[in-house]
Write a protein that binds this ligand. Sequence first.
Ligand code: NDP
Ligand code: MG
Length: 383
Amino acid sequence: MTDKKRKISILGSTGSIGRQALEVIDKLRDKFEIIALAGGNNVELLKQQAEKYKPKYVCSNTYHPELVSVVSGIKVLYGSDGLEEICSNKENDVILVAVSGKVGLKPTLTAIENGIDIALANKETLVMAGDIVMQKAKNAGVNIIPVDSEHCAIHQCIKDISQVEKLIITASGGPFLHKTVDDMKNATVEQALDHPRWNMGKKITIDSATLMNKGLEVIEAHHLFGMDYDDIEVVVHPQSIVHSAIEYKDGSVIAQLGLPSMHIPIQYAITYPERFEGIKSKSFSFADVARLDFEKPDLEKFPTVKLAYEAGRQGGSATVCMNAANEEAVFAFLRGEIKLFKIYETTAKIFEQHRVVKTPSIDEIFEIDNEVRIKTREFLRIK
Ligand code: NDP
Ligand code: MG
């Protein structure tokens, strides 16, 4: 990064990751120039961010008249066309893709086509189209640096992927780790949103409660690091200190550790390959941490993990289907329409009926995603 400021755009600046990314940048103001900030519905916050950071562009999901008057000199953009315009701007050195859901996929592809490095938080991008995205990034010589803490950990551990035998992805286990299956099945929205370690957006928090988040992360890891599903292991580690590990062929295990904070992986991804002091609440102490526990995931309580391995192994549109069905079911749970365990039951049912398309194009991926969502909503209305 040297003396030159790194030019960055943040898609999803009003979200959990986006807000924390701006906190990281606050600590490293002389290292970054913000080209664009993009959010969804939270126009009030987006407006405040635009006033504070004075980017060249600001983008919301739909037209909001209050944004137009925000600060003179800032171009106001809207919707997917706005995200496309941001990601086509070759001025960007890096784009942090921190929107939630499928909206992250197309802008990521556009940024790759324009040779812009990606700091990737949006795991749906790889779950939906990992083969295409990684191939395009490779062809374009674009770095995809993971923000997801487990993948960021693995990225930091790997020197030579060809020497790696196994990836070990840690999972906190979420709020129901030591609760009974019945407790979990009858959980309220508030209980499911009460994550013991991480403060995240609602969708990913519910996925963490069902462990679907870990399933999605296994698929994400498969694409990012090109590892077979047989060589990706999930281990529950409630303290969230070991963020993940790799085992080399010779039996050496390298893990990345740290206090649980998303500031660190976000900073790593947007400053890669350099490191700076940045936000660090306190220095790490093994003695303070005192103990680290590990256990196998209970696949009866968390069958989502098995389902994700199955979808990943089938490949093609299987992961598109699983992701879309799960997301619709999570939204239904958040609206109070279904019980927590019904998220898995719905996803498994829709998945079972899906006829896999082996190598779908991006347009087919969006078509399948749409069809699955309609089917899932119909299924949830009928049952
Ligand atoms: P949040 O729900 O907190 O934030 C989502 C962001 O996306 C918000 O800025 C939201 O805008 C924006 N957004 C949603 N829909 C649109 C749209 N149609 N157009 C433009 N912007 C949109 O989620 P998180 O920050 O928790 O997660 C973001 C991504 O990062 C997810 O893919 C998640 O899986 C991943 N991730 C998150 C982690 C975390 O710790 N939070 C950890 C690892 C990965 P608005 O709020 O203004 O509507
Ligand atoms: Mg994670």
